[in-house]
Design a protein around this ligand. Sequence first.
Ligand SMILES: C[S@@+](CC[C@H](N)C(=O)[O-])C[C@H]1O[C@@H](n2cnc3c(N)ncnc32)[C@H](O)[C@@H]1O
Length: 366
Amino acid sequence: MTRNPGHDLLTVPDADNAARQGFVLALKQHLQSWRPQTRALYEREIKSGKNETAAQIRDGLYRNETYQAICCIRRIAQQMMWECIRSPIERNTGTLSEKYQYYASRKNRVGTLTLNPDVEIPESLSRVDVHLQPGGYLRNETDRDILAGALYEAGGALYSQGQNIGTRESKAGVVMRYIDRRYPGFSPGRILDIGCSAGASSVPYAEACPHAEVHGIDVSAGMLRYAHARAEAMGAAVHFHQMNAVDMVFPDGSFDLVVSHNTMHEMADDTRQKMFAECRRLLRPGGICIHQDVPLRFDRLDRFLQAEYSYDQWFNAEPHWLEYACCDFEEMMLLAGFEREHIGVETLKQSDGSFSWYAVTGSNPA
Ligand SMILES: C[S@@+](CC[C@H](N)C(=O)[O-])C[C@H]1O[C@@H](n2cnc3c(N)ncnc32)[C@H](O)[C@@H]1O
């Protein structure tokens, strides 16, 4: 299950833009290799005592001119990434809009799209363009606008490779491999993907479980339109809904499997807490939820790395990065109504490359 499958809605960049994208990718991969040198810089020039807190280390780093330059280059690399992704996609807006119309209205659709313009939008998503995506997750300029999804998919593909995340296994593939190992024989009849964005994680469930009914929810209409057309173009039956994860309009016990992929870190603590409670409500007896996300746990990092990994909160428009890094998942799952013996916090290793994900799991005993 590849991470970046081909389909009819992908915009192929021209040679100039492909070259720019190649340059940005190389730059981002090179910047990863600077991390050990940043620690050496701290030890050599910034450290003012043995017992500095992470906040003191961070303040010291941010006052240092070399570190300031490193942060500028990282931020510029991210802006350059979006620039070389957005120009071919924006030039292709008319075609993308026509393709959306085509897939969303053709007779032999296998999935559905239900939009709700009154959905409650999380405040932070309207305040910032998360990880500097042009127009943010909520870009929605016309009732055919699918650019939020198109940009998200193309940006995510380049960004993840820049983080040295393998391209052969999708995030959903990692989770399904975990399910096979941990719950052999588990065969969900109804699956829900929370915070589905462009549907890149919803589609693999529909493909792997053809007998299951697969639903995806997100607050962003622009993401969901794209997700719907993309899934239809791939022949995958997914039902997309514009809903907020804190208040999902499904009856109690609707799903056997509830998943989220890279969504927990986009939520404030109180939103994540309510989302967990909704998952508990929506699970049938014998049902499982699995929330997979980036492996950022401050209690597993030394104080230097806590300071260094705060970067995304301040410079990459990730408003809940630190809340996510510090929250107590087990406590939150208990508060949400899961029983201690049915909660798990796991590290899921990507099958290609050295990257690992983090997963919070909970089950509703049969
Ligand atoms: C990083 S993206 C998720 C990526 C996607 N799951 C994937 O695997 O490609 C986070 C998504 O969560 C959505 N989101 C954030 N808060 C939400 C909420 N309270 N309810 C529903 N969706 C939310 C955002 O609109 C965004 O599309």
